[in-house]
Design a protein around this ligand. Structure first.
Ligand SMILES: *Cc1c(COP(=O)(O)O)cnc(C)c1O
Length: 422
């Protein structure tokens, strides 16, 4: 199949409402055209002259809706019929922002709790009932992981099954069904391959992968949504903080809290993030990069930053707050703990008091988006403590290099953390 028939702009897809009785088959397949009304056939012919059409029947209330477009078949994805050439954008100017790519992945599940029929669709808007659970009651989760293009051209993912497992834990907490680990990883691979031309060249960044799990079914009273949608979209990214690898400036938040015991701080549910915006915005107007939260009971122990975990280094011992239900269990956090131990550091997961920041040697944050981000200063009440005179600390730098070397294929992956996508 020629690539021109695969790559289509989202303006060239569309949907038509049809009655089930006018369709010869309900499900996915090549459109034969014979079972379609003359108007629909004419519409399709004018839009997709010569293209190999596929369509998907979606049940929309009591009607069936056909989403059609020249979508790739699984076989085409597998044989990389997508154009391999890199997209024509300025790869040196990637921040951490959303950029429209070619494809997204969608898979649904009804009240039987079984996800099936997942497929790629041209990237674009999705349709939701105004009474969807996610819109009304925040029943939703997100994930975040990255695909890297290595120097030899190979494309790899970093521990995607960890994200799949975390989504399962979160889904259980939020009363949603979740795709299996295999379904998750397979869907991520398909989405990455379909958007291969958006994976930055070696050394320029990575492809950020954003899976979502949404209570998409309609509800009115507070209840779990009867339908759950699993969606994945991607965007090429560079550095998360505008500082890049330069140290970030944090402010310890003493009034607001990100999470409380018994709440949902330990799952990546969407409702944990909008409440931090106000706090983050006011810190930013004061010149800080982000805020560091304390525990809600004692207002004394470190928890984490808005969207990354925190580590404190003192006399070559590395400490990070233990996971007691209010802190998000980062895949990067877990990986840095293992990398640090393998390099001979003593690592403790324990209660870390805010006072310890005042005489720490180094502080750094971890997360998929930031990787390892050195902290240059922390302000707590009216005290400001600085680390490393504006330069990243030695331990932060060593652990950053060790982890990114595994991800980029510059060091052996003895842990078996990377998976090639092909
Ligand atoms: C996503 C996230 C992290 C980092 O997790 P990773 O798996 O390392 O990306 C840390 N804290 C919060 C609150 C998060 O949402």
């Amino acid at each position: 199949m020629e690539s021109m028939t695969i790559r289509l702009q989202s303006s060239s897809i569309g949907s038509v409402g049809v009655h089930r009785s006018s369709c010869s088959a309900v499900g996915k397949g090549i459109l034969s055209g014979t079972s379609w009304s003359p108007q629909v056939q004419q519409h399709l012919r004018s839009k997709f002259a010569g293209a190999n059409l596929r369509a998907q029947m979606l049940k929309s209330g009591r009607k069936y809706c056909v989403i059609f477009g020249a979508l790739p078949t699984q076989a085409e994805v597998a044989t990389s019929a997508f154009e391999d050439e890199l997209s024509n954008i300025d790869w040196d100017d990637l921040g951490f922002g959303i950029r429209k790519t070619d494809y997204m992945y969608l898979m649904k599940c009804g009240e039987d709790g079984v996800f099936s029929g997942g497929d790629l669709f041209p990237f674009g808007n999705i349709e939701l009932s105004p009474s969807a659970g996610v819109l009304n009651y925040g029943q939703g989760l997100f994930e975040g992981l990255k695909a890297y293009r290595r120097a030899d051209g190979r494309i790899v993912l970093f521990r995607p099954e960890e994200n799949a497992l975390r989504l399962t834990t979160g889904a259980e907490r939020m009363c949603m069904a979740a795709p299996s680990v295999e379904q998750f990883v397979e869907a991520v691979k398909q989405t990455v391959l379909a958007n291969k031309r958006w994976i930055p060249p070696f050394g320029k960044g990575s492809l950020y992968i954003r899976p979502l799990l949404l209570g998409s079914g309609a509800v009115l009273g507070l209840a779990p949504a009867p339908e759950v949608t699993f969606l994945i979209y991607v965007s090429p990214v560079g550095n998360y903080f505008k500082e890049g690898l330069a140290p970030i400036q944090l402010q310890v938040e003493t009034k607001y809290h990100r999470a409380t015991p018994g709440g949902t701080g330990n799952v990546k549910t969407i409702g944990n993030y909008a409440p931090v915006l106000k706090v983050q915005r006011s810190a930013k107007t004061e010149g800080f990069s982000d805020v560091l939260y304390l525990d809600a009971i004692n207002k004394k122990y470190l928890e984490e930053v808005s969207s990354c975990n925190i580590f404190v280094v003192k006399d070559k011992t590395v400490s990070t707050p233990a996971l007691h239900g209010t802190i998000l269990s980062g895949v990067t956090r877990k990986s840095i703990i293992e990398v640090a131990r393998s390099r001979g550091y003593e690592v403790h997961e324990r209660l870390v008091s805010v006072d310890e920041l005042m005489d720490a040697d180094e502080v750094f944050c971890t997360g998929t988006a930031v990787v390892v981000s050195p902290v240059g200063s922390i302000t707590y009440l009216d005290r400001r403590v600085t680390y490393g005179n504006g330069a990243p600390g030695e331990v932060s730098q060593e652990l950053y290099s060790a982890l990114t070397s595994i991800q980029m294929g510059l060091a052996d992956d003895n842990m078996g953390w990377t998976i090639e996508v092909k």
